[in-house]
Design a protein around this ligand. Structure first.
Ligand code: NAD
Length: 503
């Protein structure tokens, strides 16, 4: 285990690393050791205003840079992400706690967003109709919005910022990223890669901060769109405030993702899939499976027995230990809230099948929690109703597929869901009737690839437009439709018509 000295994280504004001037700041911890590794400045309103001003100036040139030239920067940026994956993955592990192999997976998914954005010239092509009437041609174009912002969570320090922002930059906007104050180092590292890739100063900026900083950004008159990813509680606030200030907003929140196991499913495959999808990254994924829902008593018995054996073997440890299955949770506060949720569930009648509450890692004060599994959980318990962002997973038994669908549809979240079955009829019914944004059939985590749209329903997303796929380009552009006619210079006859134009 290496030790790291406490350093001050800068902002990245107008192509430069800038020390924060505000007196407010926070600490960054390494979840694997529990040590403070950095201080992070919380930008003031004045610092936000200055950044927006500089980004606005940069935007004027960037929007008029040909899309081909913009994409050349993205090619180089992609190459740098690939070349620096090892170093970046280590940085993610250090500040977030996830294992290096998981961090590499996150980076490769982030690179998918760059791949999609490299297609910006194609995506920006508008529609064109010749002679819609009276020799008029009509065409549409997609134009950037101006200065836009992304506000990101701690659990994907690289993938989520890239998924939210690269397309925005490719289509001609200037970006201000406000990363989670818990993981600011990766965002500064990404900024260095943008700089090396040749992105003009001011097109990409990182402002560190907390709620006050976010408030200054999302109410600023020159911010035209807000893309937020984080908890539902904050997503609601961002959506309400942003729309009140007439911004375009999409705000992605939390989830409670179910895996339904039908009696005809391959139970071993379901168990293996549950293990990775539920406990990977210490369950700190918005698409992590939190609830196993076996259908029928026999399925529940077999599934629970087989799952218990595998959960007991899961190993928690430091991000750089290659032998562990997952790392620490993000903070001591997060650890305590997960422990509280488990205790409350037990008080309410849940049964602990595997108890990871006392997991320890030798000579280490990291924020560790072992894999925990509870059954006899019912839908009225908080443990079922609320998102628990840590390795405490639950089993809720149901008797029929209809009961499973009804319960899931009643849940306030609708991010992801998956069903394990060998029946096409069951799969079809499930995918048709389920009220969730991303649905899997016999897949562990139904997270779409980068060129498909990503986004939940209900309390998992506020606002229109999804992330990742082509919707990102739509969200960060506005459409203009032009009708044009060119007169024949020889024509001398003029005519005035008061009727509504028709073809
Ligand atoms: P969070 O809501 O605490 O923080 C997210 C961002 O909002 C951070 O940048 C933070 O500084 C800022 N913030 C926090 N409180 C704020 C406030 N009161 N006003 C304005 N800004 C505020 O989320 P987190 O703990 O960093 O991330 C975990 C959550 O994110 C989980 O709920 C997870 O499910 C969710 N998440 C969702 C998706 C998705 O695509 N739906 C993806 C990843 C994570």
């Amino acid at each position: 285990m290496e030790t790291v000295s406490v350093k001050s994280i800068p902002h990245y504004i107008n192509g430069e690393k800038v020390e924060g001037t505000n007196s407010r700041f926070g600490f960054v911890y390494s979840p694997s050791t529990g040590e403070k590794i950095a201080t992070v400045p919380f930008a003031s309103k004045e610092e936000v205003n200055e950044t927006v001003k500089l980004a606005k100036e940069a935007y004027k040139k960037w929007e008029n840079t040909s899309v081909g030239k913009r994409v050349q920067v993205l090619h180089k940026f992609r190459q740098l992400l690939v070349e620096n994956t090892d170093e970046l993955a280590r940085l993610i592990g250090k500040e977030n706690g996830k294992t290096i192999s998981d961090a590499k997976g996150e980076i490769s998914r982030g690179i998918e967003s760059v791949d999609l954005a490299i297609g910006a010239p194609h995506i920006l092509k508008g529609e064109h109709s010749v002679n819609v009437g009276g020799d008029i041609n009509s065409y549409s174009m997609k134009q950037p919005l101006g200065v836009v912002t992304c506000i990101s969570p701690f659990n994907f320090p690289v993938m989520v910022p890239l998924a939210m922002s690269v397309m925005a930059v490719a289509v001609g906007n200037a970006m201000i990223l406000k990363p989670s104050e818990k993981v600011p180092c990766s965002a500064i590292y990404i900024s260095e890669l943008w700089e090396k890739a040749g992105l003009p100063s001011g097109v990409w900026n990182v402002i560190n901060g907390d709620k006050d900083t976010v408030d200054a950004i999302i109410t600023h008159e020159d911010i035209h769109a807000i893309s937020f990813v984080g908890s539902t509680k904050v997503a609601e606030i961002i959506y309400e405030t942003g729309t009140k200030y007439h911004k375009r907003v999409n705000a992605f929140g939390g989830g409670k993702n179910h895996m339904v196991i039908m009696p005809d499913a391959d139970i071993d495959k379901a168990v293996d899939s549950f293990i990775g999808a539920a406990y990977g990254a210490a369950s700190q994924r918005c698409m992590a499976i939190s609830v196993a829902m076996p259908v029928g008593e026999k399925t529940a018995k077999v599934f629970t027995e087989k799952l218990k054996v595998k959960v007991e073997k899961l190993k928690v440890g430091s991000f750089d230990d290659e032998d562990v299955d997952f790392g620490a949770v993000i903070s001591e506060e997060a650890k305590q809230s997960i422990l509280l949720a488990i205790d409350q569930a037990v008080e309410e009648g849940a049964n602990i099948v595997v108890d990871g509450r006392k997991a320890e890692v030798e000579n280490n004060k990291g924020f560790y929690l072992g894999a925990t599994l509870l059954d006899q959980v019912t839908s009225d318990m908080n443990m079922y109703k609320e998102e628990v962002f840590g390795p405490a997973r639950i089993i809720v038994n149901v008797d029929t597929i209809d009961e499973a669908i009804d319960l899931i549809n009643d849940h306030k979240y609708g991010n992801g869901v998956t069903v394990f079955t060998n029946s096409g009829r069951h799969a079809r019914k499930f995918t048709q009737e389920i009220e969730v944004g991303m649905v899997g059939v016999n897949v562990p985590i139904p997270i779409p690839v980068g060129y498909h749209n990503f986004g939940g329903w209900k309390g998992s997303r506020y606002g229109e437009g999804q992330m990742f796929g082509p919707d990102t380009a739509r969200f960060f552009t506005k459409t203009k439709t032009v009708s044009e006619r060119w007169f024949d210079q020889e024509e001398t006859e003029n005519e005035t018509n008061f009727d509504f134009p028709s073809s």
